[in-house]
Design a protein around this ligand. Structure first.
Ligand SMILES: Cc1cc2nc3c(=O)[nH]c(=O)nc-3n(C[C@H](O)[C@H](O)[C@H](O)COP(=O)(O)OP(=O)(O)OC[C@H]3O[C@@H](n4cnc5c(N)ncnc54)[C@H](O)[C@@H]3O)c2cc1C
Length: 310
């Protein structure tokens, strides 16, 4: 199945595929499994639906690798509006952004200025800003952006990928400054020179890193662990670590994606475990959707059923 994973991950970066697929009705029908709609209003409505169940949220507008740095102005303005709307709606809905969505490829300083504007608005609204982690060539830059933001406020967090060999060292640095860390397995196509090629090794490293992030010395002001995985076995092993070490619930949250393991999300929230659902929306969903398909072969069956109108 790793061949299929590679095909989807290759497709995620292919412009020709994106332009054709996003015009195709059956692909559009399939994507609704993972996002409530393309509009911000759709995401806010979904967040409102999850609130009574006790599931808090993170909102992200899909988009990455801008063609021109000026496009970042609109993205930044959009997120400022999101923070205002979330506040007005009385939701606990955080924001997550990708550096390349804010012009990082063209100008890291412009990207940083946009991040500061969004972080400042988030702080004023008692909200929180997450930085997504993109492919391995962006890791140094994203960590550097995060550190500069973290020097301004603890209300920022960063995604870190367990499939990268370097992450074990990266987290030590982040731990020292009291960091909110979203630990994920990693969603991009990476060479074996930078990332564990075998899933079993990624899973083992995830457990090791999460356990490290639950050690006593990581309990600094501003620290938080997002256990961002749908892997129930892994979640349960970490719940045992949490119970054995009597770790305070304020130190971690479980985080999952909209439309994936929804019953498990509800079950965790109903049992009193802090659970956050990341809701994506926006028109630029193709690369992100290909990464979701790459994660699980069964999703392909879902697409095929939609192809035949099922
Ligand atoms: C909150 C959150 C934020 C994320 N942010 C980032 C980020 O910033 N950067 C990044 O590189 N990656 C990010 N990811 C994606 C992550 O790296 C993985 O690619 C993804 O979560 C799949 O790995 P897994 O740990 O969930 O479980 P896996 O071990 O891949 O799967 C475990 C089980 O979960 C279910 N499952 C997993 N994925 C799917 C799917 N797509 N469709 C249906 N069922 C599925 C299946 O039942 C599967 O058997 C994020 C994930 C989450 C949950």
């Amino acid at each position: 199945m790793s061949l299929m994973r590679n095909v989807f991950l290759w497709s995620s970066t292919n412009v020709w595929m994106r332009e054709r697929a996003t015009r195709t009705a059956f692909v559009r029908r399939s994507v609704v499994k993972f996002m409530p709609g393309e509009r911000l209003e759709d995401a806010i409505e979904a967040a409102k639906t999850l609130k009574p169940v006790g599931i808090t949220t993170i909102l992200t507008r899909l988009g990455e690798n801008l063609a021109h740095v000026e496009e970042a102005d609109e993205v930044s303005t959009h997120y400022l509006k999101v923070i205002d709307l979330v506040k007005a709606a009385g939701l606990d809905a955080q924001i997550s952004v990708k550096p390349t969505q804010l012009g990082y490829d063209q100008d890291a300083d412009v990207c940083f200025r946009h991040l500061v504007a969004i972080a400042d608005r988030a702080v004023a609204a008692n909200n929180f800003l997450w930085l997504d982690m993109e492919s391995s060539k962006y890791v140094d830059g994203t960590i550097a952006l995060y550190k500069r933001l973290r020097a301004r406020t603890p209300r920022v967090g960063i995604a870190i990928q367990a499939y990268l060999y370097r992450t074990e060292k990266d987290i030590e640095d982040l731990v020292r400054m009291g960091s909110a860390i979203r630990l994920v397995k990693g969603a991009y196509m990476e060479p074996a020179s930078v990332a564990y090629p075998k899933k079993a090794d990624v899973d083992a490293n995830y457990f090791k890193l999460a356990s490290r992030l639950l050690d006593k010395d990581t309990d600094q002001p501003g620290a938080l662990l997002h256990i961002a995985t749908h892997d129930i076995g892994l979640q349960e092993r970490l719940q045992r670590v949490i119970a054995d070490r009597k770790i305070s619930p304020r130190r971690y949250e479980f985080a999952m994606l909209y439309g994936i393991q929804s019953a498990r999300q509800r079950q965790l929230a109903e049992s009193g475990v802090r659970t956050r659902c990341l809701i994506s929306y926006g028109e630029y969903w193709f690369p992100w959707y290909m990464r979701r398909l790459a994660e699980r072969p069964a999703n392909v069956g879902f697409v095929v059923r939609n192809l035949f109108g099922g």
